[in-house]
Design a protein around this ligand. Structure first.
Ligand code: NDP
Ligand code: OXD
Length: 312
């Protein structure tokens, strides 16, 4: 019986994952690649990196799916996805560290008004703007999971007061932890900078919309590092135009790559990143994924399991 590697990967990416997976493959296991001839009836486990829709349904003996990505939203939208099969997400300290770095960089960019100074530079405009300290700006983090929780703590460690929002109530030292609709209202009303690290689910799609922007303190900054479909793009353009949002750092988009004609590219109020906040690095993720596979094989509890009813 074999372990399949399958994803929306190019040849070089397949080769890189293969190298790192073979380095950690437990004794007695066989790795096969979706791009190479293999026996579909022998595949019991799939290591997936955003697999093309319809592909996993071709494996009748599949018993366990380990994602090589943190977010599984695209896979769950596959109408042919075999929904009875347990799915594990990737929770990788290296990916978390990368996300922490990107969230910190984005928050500090907005806090220290680098976009405004960039606009001044274009006009040779030598003008010193107000310099509030971190303690005077509250940061709100939507999602307090593996990534949002770590980012909230790192942002708080710089000196920002931080509020975070999750589905179930939480307690994290140094963070004002909020949940439910009231918690969301409070977080949004007090966030000078709002960071989104929610998973994309039917409950969270379109959450960054005109209603939310209208409740932020005027001139708030936005950082979306989660999924493009959390954001209603036209509502952001209107909020920027109105000055309700001063600047947005966006790493993820409804359509990726962002089309060349998209208004976000040239917008002075938007910093575009090409979905690089934190990508899975095969050198760390291969070992973590295969350790979970070994737990599955040994009949032990696996980690980071997706709850299909919650959608993440
Ligand atoms: P987790 O599942 O660990 O955390 C999700 C958090 O969101 C949890 O705190 C959860 O609450 C909260 N949440 C989910 N639904 C709701 C809701 N309806 N209302 C309130 N809170 C909610 O996910 P990760 O932190 O690992 O990842 C988050 C997302 O980051 C991924 O799904 C992916 O989309 C994105 N991502 C982006 C990357 C990039 O490069 N841009 C890289 C990796 C991930 P609770 O704690 O109560 O369950
Ligand atoms: C992920 C991502 O979900 O890179 O891992 O977006």
């Amino acid at each position: 019986m074999s372990i399949l590697l399958i994803g929306s990967l190019d040849d070089d990416e397949y080769a890189e994952w293969k190298t790192h997976l073979l380095a950690h493959l437990p004794a007695g296991e066989t790795l096969v690649l979706a791009t190479e001839p293999h026996d579909v009836d022998a595949v019991e486990i799939a290591l997936v990196a955003n697999p093309p829709h319809g592909t996993l349904a071709r494996y009748p003996q599949l018993r366990f799916v380990q994602s090589l990505w943190a977010g599984v939203d695209r896979m769950l939208l596959d109408p042919a996805f075999p929904r009875a099969i347990p799915i594990a997400r990737l929770v990788d300290p290296a990916l978390t560290q990368a996300m922490v770095e990107c969230a910190l960089a984005s928050v500090l960019l907005l806090h220290r008004q680098f976009p405004a100074y960039g606009r001044q530079q274009a006009q040779a405009d030598w003008r010193q703007l107000a310099q509030p300290l971190a303690a005077q700006r509250r940061v709100g983090v939507l999602g307090l999971g593996a990534l949002g929780g770590a980012c909230a703590q790192a942002i708080a460690a710089v000196g920002f007061p931080v509020s975070g929002w999750s589905r179930a109530p939480k307690a994290i030292a140094g963070i004002e932890c909020l949940s439910g609709a009231d918690g969301m209202d409070r977080l949004v009303a007090t966030s000078d900078i709002l960071v989104n690290l929610l998973p994309l689910t039917p409950d969270t799609a379109g959450i960054l919309d005109a209603r939310l922007f209208g409740r932020l303190p005027r001139g708030a900054g936005l950082v979306n590092l989660a999924r493009g479909r959390h954001l209603v793009e036209a509502d952001l353009l209107a909020a920027l135009e109105a000055g309700q949002v001063s600047h947005a750092v966006l790493d993820v988009f409804t359509q990726e790559p962002l089309p060349v004609e998209h208004p976000f590219w040239a917008h002075p109020g938007i910093t575009v990143l090409p979905h690089v906040a934190a990508y899975s690095a095969p050198e760390s993720a291969a070992r973590i994924a295969l350790e979970n596979v070994a737990r599955h094989r040994a009949g032990q509890p696996t980690t980071a399991m997706v709850d299909l009813a919650r959608g993440y």
